[in-house]
Design a protein around this ligand. Sequence first.
Ligand code: H2B
Length: 92
Amino acid sequence: MLNKSEIERALETLDGWEFEEDALTRTLTFGDFKEAMAFMVRAGFEAEAQGHHPEWFNVYNRVEIVLSTHDAGGKVTEKDIKLAQAIDKLVS
Ligand code: H2B
């Protein structure tokens, strides 16, 4: 688990993420549903490779992502930062 200042420092290295309700959140908007799905498949493979998986909610071209570590009691850990970085890379 990371403390608040560690999380704030990590947020400065991330793109468009917020810290709310003990989780990292980012909402992405794509051109259409197909692009959103393509992102989710790519991010899903990355998540599987990392053994760490997002909670996310999709409506058409929008994907809302919530990252926390259940094994750490639903707090933000390095695993969430690492997955957020990988997601940023995918969409940059
Ligand atoms: N994903 C997330 N977001 N948090 C976890 O604590 C977590 C996970 N734990 N993916 C992993 C899988 C664990 O349940 C398995 C057994 O490795």
